[in-house]
Design a protein around this ligand. Structure first.
Ligand code: GLU
Length: 484
């Protein structure tokens, strides 16, 4: 194993957003490419917003996507626990170290004092944001009662700057002038994000921190913490956010953002990974990548520094390509749960299913579409109104009946033999294709769009085909009768 160690550190406060998944994906690809380790860490210190259910959603999402982790919840590892709320003793220990070295101090300022300072700041009318200057930064006298509730603050520098070479954004420099003495630990021992994150990345031996660029502002405080602890600063890679088509931050208002929604819509994990990988990373003009290819080709220098915009159509196109790459029996197997949702329960080796899949495959983008396209093979026909009104009319009744007689006599009942026999009949009777094809399609499928006519017949088999053509002929001959 190489010494590359990367991590994904979601806050479990709801669904797993596809923007977050992209961050996880890049780190995962990097770890797999380098033969390094991919760590999953749950940042649940926001106790009000974090739920166990959300942790389960994170794990389920990652598993569904096939982004396996080498260390983390459920798999363990040498640097655990991997859930922040279980690591409070570690943060306490590091906070003590920083106090001992003079980099941090206990701040006993009360809420009221802070509120008064904020109010006084507002009264000055200055545009500069409020920065609480704690009197305890320089006080050496002990508080009246040292056990009184207090926070631990970092003694931040007010001059100079912090600079790093970001793997995606290049050199970034942040001036210290506006930095405040940020809080490391709350009175209840919960770390604030910057501190928890640094202690964890440091103790977990993370070598590269990849995350969204909304965290650029946190990186200077984090680097200062590493330096104060005398630790090696990891590399940073800050990715632009995933944007909506209109340039806003991508949210529920624009598209499905929870990754499991894509699972439920019948997207394939490899397609999701391909689409998200390309949303911000490129490799020449290539659009379609297998998982293996992504691992072989991923590198940080090809991650763009401008935000990718979500494009639902393109996403579906990528999905369709991955669907076509699946072997037929695999596609059949993956479609079963979606057929189940339609009330169609089949065995994975159902002969009609295996026969139909190759005809459906070129026309579908998702597993839901595959299941819907298979519906009429396994259930009674449900006629679409428009098709029924247009094609199941008295004029077509006789042709449907005769077609039923023609196909009834054909053996073997296969697309090719059916096609040549039906075409020979139409030529003999000088019937144009349009007089037969669409009425027959509606008769057999209830729809005006389907795979080829003879393919549909083959999958349905002779009894059902003949029965449906005859039943439709009946409907056609009676159509309009009520109103005349
Ligand atoms: N819990 C943070 C988030 O979800 C992690 C940021 C980081 O990767 O450092 O935004």
């Amino acid at each position: 194993m190489s010494d590359v160690r990367v991590r994904f550190a979601p806050s479990p406060t709801g669904y797993l957003h596809i923007g977050g998944v992209r961050t996880a994906l890049y780190s995962w690809l990097w770890a797999r490419r380098q033969g390094g380790s991919f760590i999953l860490r749950i940042e649940d210190t926001d106790r009000e917003r974090s739920t166990d259910e959300s942790i389960q959603i994170v794990l389920e999402s990652m598993r569904w996507l096939g982004l396996d982790w080498d260390e983390g919840p459920a798999v363990g590892g040498a640097h655990g626990p991997y859930v922040q709320s279980e690591r409070l003793h570690i943060y306490a220990e590091f906070a003590e170290r920083l106090i001992a070295s003079g980099h941090a101090y206990r701040c006993y300022a009360t809420k009221e004092e802070i509120a008064a300072a904020r109010e006084a700041h507002q009264k000055t009318g200055t545009k500069q944001g409020f920065r609480f200057e704690s009197p305890w930064r320089d006080r050496t006298d002990p508080p009246a009662d040292p056990n009184v509730r207090h926070v631990i603050r970092f003694r931040a520098p007010h001059t100079g700057a912090t600079r790093w070479d970001d793997a995606v954004k290049g050199t970034i420099e942040i001036q210290h002038a506006t930095l405040q003495d940020f809080i490391l630990l709350r009175p209840d021992g919960m770390p604030l994000y910057n501190f928890g994150c640094v202690v964890d990345d440091l103790t977990m031996g993370v070598t590269l921190v990849a995350r969204g660029d909304d965290h650029v502002i946190n990186t200077a405080p984090q680097i200062l913490l590493y330096e104060a602890l005398g630790a090696r600063v990891p590399e940073f890679a800050h990715m632009p956010m995933v944007l909506a088509p209109n340039g806003e931050k991508l949210s529920k208002r624009h598209a499905a953002v929870g990754v499991l929604e894509y699972r439920d819509m019948g997207y394939l994990p490899d397609g999701v990974i391909n689409y998200l990988a390309r949303l911000g990373w490129s490799y020449g003009d290539q659009e379609i990548f297998t998982r293996r290819e992504l691992i072989e080709r991923f590198s940080w220098d090809r991650v763009g520094s401008t935000a990718g915009r979500y494009d639902g159509k393109k996403f579906l196109h990528v999905e369709a390509e991955h669907l076509r790459m699946l072997p037929d029996d695999e596609l059949a197997r993956l479609t079963l749960p979606f057929l189940g949702k339609l009330g169609i329960d089949l065995a994975p080796d159902d002969p009609a299913l295996l026969k139909a899949i190759p005809y459906i495959k070129p026309r579908a983008s998702t597993l839901v579409e595959v299941a819907e396209a298979l519906d009429y093979f396994f259930r009674d026909v449900v006629f679409e109104d428009k098709g029924k009104r247009k094609f199941l009319v008295p004029d077509n009744a006789d042709n449907l009946r005769r077609l039923a007689d023609v196909v009834d006599a054909i053996e073997p009942f296969e697309a090719e033999t059916l096609e040549s026999a039906v075409k020979a009949w139409m030529e003999r009777d000088e019937l144009p294709m349009k007089k037969v094809a669409q009425p027959a399609r509606v008769a057999m499928t209830g729809r005006t769009r389907s795979p080829g006519l003879f393919e549909v017949m083959e999958v349905l088999g002779k009894p059902k085909t003949v029965e449906r053509l005859r039943a439709a002929a009946e409907i056609a001959s009676l159509a309009g009768a009520a109103s005349t």
